[in-house]
Design a binder for this molecule. Sequence first.
Ligand SMILES: [Zn+2]
Length: 206
Amino acid sequence: MPKRMMSRPTVEPFVITYEDEQPGPLSDLTIEFTPTPRLAYKVMRPVDRDRRGVLWARVDPGPGDGRPIFDAMNSERQRECMYYMLCQVCAEPASRTQDGYLFLDWRMPQDPPTWPEGSLTNMPPLCVGCARVAVEQCPHAEKFVQLRVKLPRLWGASGTHYRLTNEGWRSDSSIPWLKYGDERLNAVLATHLVRELCKVTVVDLP
Ligand SMILES: [Zn+2]
C-alpha cells in the first residue's frame, strides 16, 4: 500500500469541505444601501448576516458524493463550530474545564510576540477524544500546541472582498482577517469566523 494511503486520516472532521460543495453563485450578490453601501444577497435569509452585520458565504452542498478536502474548511460548518464552541471534528460541545476551552494551535509569522496569548485563530476548538486523534493523525501535528482558553473572544472574520465593476464582480481573497467594526467588512463575503484567544494556558493533552 502506498505510504500516502496509509497515512490517510481515518476520521473526516466535521469542518472540512468536500469536492462537490461549491460556493453560491455570484449572480445572487448585490449591493444594498443602508445608507452605507454593503454587500448583500438579492434574496436574504436570516442566517446570511451575523449579529455584527457581516454577510456570510453560501455553500451549495452538491449531491453529497464528493471526496473530502482535508485542508479546507466548509464556511457554514466552520462558522457553526466556532460560534457555538463545538468540536471541529465531531460537532459535539468542545472540551471545557476551569482553565477554559481546548484548542490546538501553532505559531504563525503574524502572531503577536505574546503568542499564544492574544493570538487569532480560525480553527474551532475540540473535545478531548478528537484532539487525541488529531494529534495522532494530522500531518501538521508536530507543530501543535495544546491550549486551554478561558476567553476566546469573537473577533472578526476572514473572507473574500468583492467590488462591482462595469465588467461584473471583482474578487480579492488576499484580504487579511478583519476585526468586527472594520468598514472593509461591508464588502466582504465571510468564509471563516475568527476568535481572539485570551487568558490562555499551554497544557498537555489530558
Ligand atoms: Zn470531538
